[in-house]
Design a protein around this ligand. Structure first.
Ligand SMILES: [Zn+2]
Length: 437
């Protein structure tokens, strides 16, 4: 097979076969590890048990794990920093570094996030979200696909090399991070704490077909608090209804969304996507009593950001549209306040022709067959830090997922094993290998 990627001498066929056989022999371990990780309800602020377990997992794999805290004060001036939602005590990321005897190849970061999004209405799940369930060749559970399968694949890929009597001939970093789903500050802290790498590969789940991430949008989280004037409903006209006023704010956000998706604002990477910029009204709370005009309402938005547009400019635009809404006569003096907590993230490109991406495509073709489709993603990942600020090549490629962030999230186990083998080959090809003595 013709190699298209410059770098260390291509892996010899014997080593290649040994790595793939080792990976095949570890498939049961991958599934067991995935189950073990899904059992941790590692929601925002509840990641500790999963982080402790990942520390144990890395140690069991022969790596020397260390903890990397998130220090918001140290990161505050970094352009990739997002305003935190909650404090960082007791939530240190886990990392592990492999040092080769002789560094001959290119360095690599293999990363995954431990945090998961809330299960939604748990009663709608076929089986409880944090009880891993194997059905029809799939693992069901919150985080099974996004992205505990990726964390498990990374560990098995590393173990496959070792079982084949090999190890990467370049520094390899492993990391299990927090807050991929709300700020990215976990990944940013890890990147800042560790030596620079030449590439970062994150096995985030795919779209349901084999795909290579080639671009992603940015995201801004905005929270708007509406303060009205309460009265008894019998004098309803004398009051100012905070929930009614919140509707007016939502209309402004919808108008923004429509403008942001117009063809003239679309980045070429998203040419095939008619609606890459999604504005999600994600949370709403407010009101006090069914027979009182509500005093206060708070709504939380997730606003997509086109690559090439600064998230800070989008935040400024959001602040402007909230100020304009406040001035609308129909709001009748309601007070609006906007704050930015959570994502303040720029969009990013992962060029398909960069050597890392070509290597992933080659390995996928060899293992699974067929060409990876290019995927410009209307969501974001931690890979942006390495591409935007780390001077590294970065992309994501991972297992076939269904209903991530939804009810009955699942991942196809055959594709988890394929991903593991692809990661093992990419690691061996990118870094080169040396014999373990
Ligand atoms: Zn994810």
């Amino acid at each position: 097979m013709e190699r298209t990627v410059p770098g260390p001498a291509s892996l010899d066929p014997g080593a290649r076969r040994a790595i793939l056989e080792a990976a095949a022999s570890l498939e049961g371990d991958t599934v067991a590890l995935l189950s073990r990780l899904v059992r941790h309800p590692s929601l925002l602020g509840q990641e500790r048990s999963c982080l402790d377990d990942m520390e144990a997992v890395y140690a069991e794999a022969g790596l020397a794990p260390r903890r990397i805290p998130v220090d918001p004060e140290a990161l505050r001036d970094h352009p990739g920093f997002s305003p935190p939602l909650i404090p960082y005590d007791g939530r240190d990321n886990v990392a592990a570094l492999h040092a080769p005897r002789e560094a001959r190849g290119r360095s690599l970061m293999l990363q995954g996030h431990v945090d998961v999004v809330p299960p939604g209405a748990a009663d709608l799940w076929t089986t409880p979200p944090f009880e891993p369930s194997l059905r029809g060749g799939r693992m069901y559970g919150r985080g099974a696909a996004d992205m505990k399968a990726g964390l498990a694949s990374i560990v098995t890929a590393w173990r496959a090399l070792r079982l084949a009597g090999l190890q990467p001939a370049a520094p390899v970093q492993f990391a299990a991070v927090i807050e991929e789903e709300c700020t990215g500050n976990g990944a940013l802290a890890v990147m800042q704490a560790l030596p620079p790498v030449e590439a970062c590969l994150i096995p985030e789940p795919g779209p349901g077909y084999p795909a290579l991430y080639t671009a992603e949008v940015g995201v801004v989280w905005a929270w708007v608090t509406v303060t009205g004037r309460p009265t008894h409903v019998r004098d309803m006209k004398a009051g100012v209804n905070a929930i009614d006023a919140a509707y007016a704010v939502v209309e402004r956000f919808r108008a923004y969304e429509e403008r942001a998706n117009r063809a003239e604002h679309r980045h070429p990477a998203f040419a095939a996507d008619n609606h890459p910029i999604n504005v999600n009204l994600g949370t709403i709370e407010g009101g006090e009593w069914n027979s009182s005009v509500p005093t206060r309402a708070r709504i939380g938005f997730r606003v997509g950001v086109m690559p090439g547009v600064s998230s800070r400019d989008v935040a400024a635009e959001i602040a402007r549209l909230v100020a304009e809404a406040e001035a609308e006569p129909k709001l009748r003096g309601a007070k609006l306040a906007v704050e930015f907590k959570g994502f303040m993230a720029d969009g990013c490109l992962f060029p398909a022709d960069q050597p890392l991406s070509r290597l992933v495509c080659d390995a996928h073709r060899e293992i699974v067959g067929g060409d990876l489709r290019h995927w410009a993603v209307p969501a974001l990942t931690d890979a942006r830090f390495y591409a935007l600020y780390g001077g590294a090549q970065a992309t994501c490629y991972g297992a076939e997922a269904d209903l991530i962030h939804g009810i009955d999230e699942s991942v196809g186990l055959a594709s988890v094993h394929d991903t593991t083998r692809v990661l093992a080959l990419v690691m061996a090809e990118w870094c080169g290998v040396e014999r373990v003595i």
